[in-house]
Design a binder for this molecule. Structure first.
Ligand SMILES: [Fe+2]
Length: 417
């Protein structure tokens, strides 16, 4: 008994002795204080910092996920308050009775929030210097500035979002394309695939697009990643999900509701046959695509989806079927040569046949393509964005407005659906 008390005392003393840098708690603006210093995790002489993020994911009517990393192992939490309130709640990540600690990568869910409400959050984190089985020694304690975000509104009749795709690790291009979007007007950003070319380097999602996103918007507004075929490649592809938290059930595919607008995200899989030698027998995308179609059938039947007045589908690889050849024989022929396009056409179009979809937004082809609704084949238009343009989508009572602006600032597509 005494032994336990003594150990607890050591722990409490260690917490009490943590040094708190005055600057970290100052009320200065976030720009001055944004933790951008990148510190090698093995360099103990460097200061303890939040070195990536925070970024928001999976914002809904009643929740949000905050993702960030620290430069060294630590014990991190998120503090939350309603804007204008001094009442602060503290949130952490728990699994099987253990609170996540002595880690660098943090994914913390904020649940039970109120809809259409402005919140403020900040990260508080204490470095774990030494984690012995019966004694933890803490180090520096830091806190981020407060950042604001808003939960989505179930009564919304308008929603605006940005779509970028085929960034292929070019963070400068990502930055330039984000600059083309009216970030203040956006509810969120969807990355519609091939943001990475393949995932082979530690931290690559940060350097390719997440750091730029954090800089531009992601501390305040969420992004979701609709994977492309390229994100499934590379020996680290199976760890990509540590960075991407599109839905509360931790799937890449899913549906977001923004009031009377529904946005479905489908996860395309690879472009070639699962049996192609380059995949070495490591993939099962035919099965996975069918799983998504079964899921989509249930979504289509759901009350919330049926109630939605505007319905948009995001799918990186555009689906294709023979009957589309009347819309451009060569284009469709080249698409049909690939398993990804062809399989999606075969399994998806029949499921959507009796459902009103306003527009499908695709990518992958590295050039702009437009397939107007084709009766009895795909009863909705398909817009394919190229790889050097930003797309702005505004859903309102008037319909769904899609506007594409290229890197030179020229509007290359503008339609209301
Ligand atoms: Fe692609």
């Amino acid at each position: 008994m005494n032994r336990i008390s003594l150990k607890n005392s050591v722990l409490l003393l260690a917490v009490a002795m943590c040094s708190v840098p005055a600057a970290a708690f100052s009320a200065e603006g976030e720009k001055e204080l944004a933790p951008v210093l990148i510190v090698k995790a093995d360099d103990k002489a460097e200061a303890y910092t939040i070195n990536h993020g925070p970024y928001l994911q999976g914002v809904t009517y009643d929740g949000a996920t905050v993702v960030f990393t620290t430069s060294h192992r630590g014990f991190s939490k998120v503090e939350l308050r309603r804007k204008g309130s001094q009442e602060v709640t503290t949130h952490d990540s728990r699994k099987n009775g253990l609170i996540m600690a002595d880690n660098t990568h943090n994914v913390i869910n904020l649940l039970g929030l109120e809809a259409a409400t402005e919140y403020e959050y900040r990260i508080v984190s204490t470095k774990v210097e030494n984690f012995q089985p019966y004694k933890v020694t803490f180090g520096e304690k830091i806190a981020s500035p407060w950042y604001s975000f808003r939960t989505f509104d179930p009564k919304a009749k308008e929603f605006t979002f940005g779509v970028l795709n085929d960034i292929h690790d070019d963070s400068k291009k990502c930055n330039d394309l984000l600059n083309l979007l009216p970030v203040e007007e956006l509810g969120m950003v969807f990355y519609n695939g091939d943001i990475l070319s393949h995932y082979t380097e530690e931290g690559q999602p940060f350097t390719s697009f997440i750091d730029v996103s954090v800089e531009q918007f992601a501390k305040h507004k969420p992004f979701a990643v609709v994977r492309g075929n390229h994100e499934t490649r590379g020996h680290l592809a199976r760890t990509y999900e540590e960075f991407i938290h599109n839905t509360r059930d931790e799937k890449y595919y899913g549906v977001y509701y923004f009031g009377d607008t529904a946005v479905v995200m489908l996860d395309c899989g690879e472009d070639k046959l699962d049996t192609h030698e380059v995949y070495a027998g490591f993939v099962a995308f035919d099965e996975y695509r069918l799983e998504q179609v079964e899921w989509l059938k249930q979504v289509i039947k759901s009350k919330e989806f049926r109630k939605a007045k505007k319905r948009i589908i995001l799918l990186h690889i555009p689906p294709a079927v023979e009957a589309m050849k009347v819309q451009g024989e060569k284009d469709v022929e080249s698409m049909l040569a690939w398993r990804g396009n062809e399989h999606w056409g075969e399994i998806l179009f029949p499921v959507l046949a009796k459902t009103k979809i306003d527009v499908m937004i695709s990518a992958h082809m590295h050039r702009q393509m437009f397939f107007p609704a084709l009766k009895g084949v795909h009863d909705f238009p398909i817009v394919v964005n190229d790889n050097v343009s930003a797309m702005l989508v505004k859903s309102s009572d008037q319909g769904v407005d899609v506007k594409i602006t290229n890197r030179n600032g020229k509007v290359t597509f503008e339609e209301r659906f």
